[in-house]
Design a protein around this ligand. Structure first.
Ligand code: PMV
Length: 375
């Protein structure tokens, strides 16, 4: 018997469903809306191939406060050349975003053929300042994907379990931005096939299928904003740097092994090993970026100052803080919630001096996306 292609299982399933559901729409107009969080990766996704498939599995947790809220008002049109859209970001039209969303909707059209007969008025806003340097693609693409899946439920009348709905949203979010696939879940999520996570997949992210040690419930993430300017390299160009990277294969092996160790830590509560893994992943990401063709340096002197301070505080004050980084200069300061009061004081007195205009966001692990409109 021919083995199923592990990169096409959900693809085939969602295409078949689309073909079954391609009848007359049950609703001609309506409104859907989701608030969806950003997430911070502990084991990083860096490097992709094929149809937005990661070269290694990654693991993150969803944030609580850093979110995108997206609403879509939709209207049937007998003209089937759609989907046509108007896009507003924080009440203003944004032609460059509109173009990106149009391209994305055309990409997912085979899974949602009803879209070609609809006009969409999409409004979106972030709960964090736009210029805070927080990557908004995970929150924005997951919010958009969740909205489209809700539209499908209203228009086609399809009903699925909450878990199936989230899986489909994760698949669709991935096609917009890889890391967005993880944002549809609360707490920890893994994207990419790995033998240590039951039912993990390259096509969708899944929640951890075991009870995480209480040591890691309610982790806090204080995001220290070092740089609030535009990215010097886009995410897709960043991933592309891995295509000819001399260390690529080693990186993918190390990432797999780090993911296995991280899953073990989360289960058995070994905080010291967690710290080692998290910091090593962050530094390795930047090591890869620095050693890529073009030699990009995304961190700033303040990033290094903060890192040194964090390590000093851990060793000398005995507060179990650690750091991670995205593909940028900002530092995510991670720690268990019970140390919040002390850490807040340290951030305010010792770390905000290194932040752009003293900016930081007091965030932490969150409860995942919330539906805000359905009518
Ligand atoms: O989803 P993208 O294409 O924006 O890539 C995200 C890459 C990192 O944030 C650096 C790592 C990750 O796993 O989130």
């Amino acid at each position: 018997m021919k083995e199923a292609d592990p990169h096409r299982f959900y693809h085939d399933r969602f295409l078949k469903k689309a073909q079954r559901n391609s009848g007359k729409p049950r609703l001609m107009h309506g409104k859907v809306g989701w608030s969806s969080p950003s997430n911070i990766a502990l084991v990083k996704y860096w490097g992709k191939c094929g149809d937005q498939i990661a070269c290694n599995p990654s693991l993150s947790f969803s944030l609580d406060l850093s979110r995108t809220k997206t609403e879509i008002e939709y209207e049937y049109s007998s003209n089937d050349s759609g989907p046509s859209i108007d896009f507003f970001f924080e009440k203003d039209s944004k032609p460059d975003f509109e173009q990106r969303i149009s391209k994305y909707l055309n990409r997912i059209l085979p899974y949602f053929p009803f879209l070609k007969n609809f006009h969409l008025r999409i409004s979106s806003e972030n709960t964090f300042p736009h210029s805070s340097g927080i990557a908004s693609s995970a929150s924005s693409m997951s919010a958009l994907a969740l909205c489209i899946c809700s539209m499908e439920q209203q228009i086609v009348g399809s009903v699925s379990s909450q878990s199936d709905f989230k899986k489909k949203a994760s698949f669709m979010a991935r096609l917009g931005s890889g890391s967005a696939s993880r944002s549809v879940w609360d707490n920890f999520a893994v994207w990419g096939r790995t033998e240590v996570v039951f039912r993990s997949s390259d096509e969708i992210a899944v929640p951890l299928p075991f009870k995480v040690s209480p040591v890691f419930s309610n982790l806090k993430d204080s995001v220290l904003i070092v740089d609030d300017g535009p990215k010097i390299i886009s995410s897709s160009s960043g991933h592309a740097l891995m295509n000819d990277h001399p260390f690529a294969e080693t990186r993918y092996q190390v990432a797999r092994s780090n993911l296995n160790s991280m899953v073990r830590c989360l289960e058995n509560g070994s905080y010291d090993e967690f710290v080692e893994l998290v910091e090593s992943e962050a530094l390795m990401l930047h090591g890869l970026i620095v050693s890529s063709e073009g030699g990009y340096i995304l961190i700033k002197p303040e990033t290094l100052e903060i890192i040194e301070k964090i390590r000093w505080i851990r060793t000398n004050k005995g507060i179990p803080v650690c750091f991670t980084l995205d593909a940028g200069a900002n530092v995510h300061l991670l720690y268990p919630e019970k140390h919040s009061r002390k850490v807040r004081k340290i951030v305010e007195t010792e770390l905000t001096d290194y932040c752009k205009n003293g900016q930081w966001i007091d965030d932490g692990m969150g409860s995942g996306p919330r539906e805000i409109t359905n009518r």
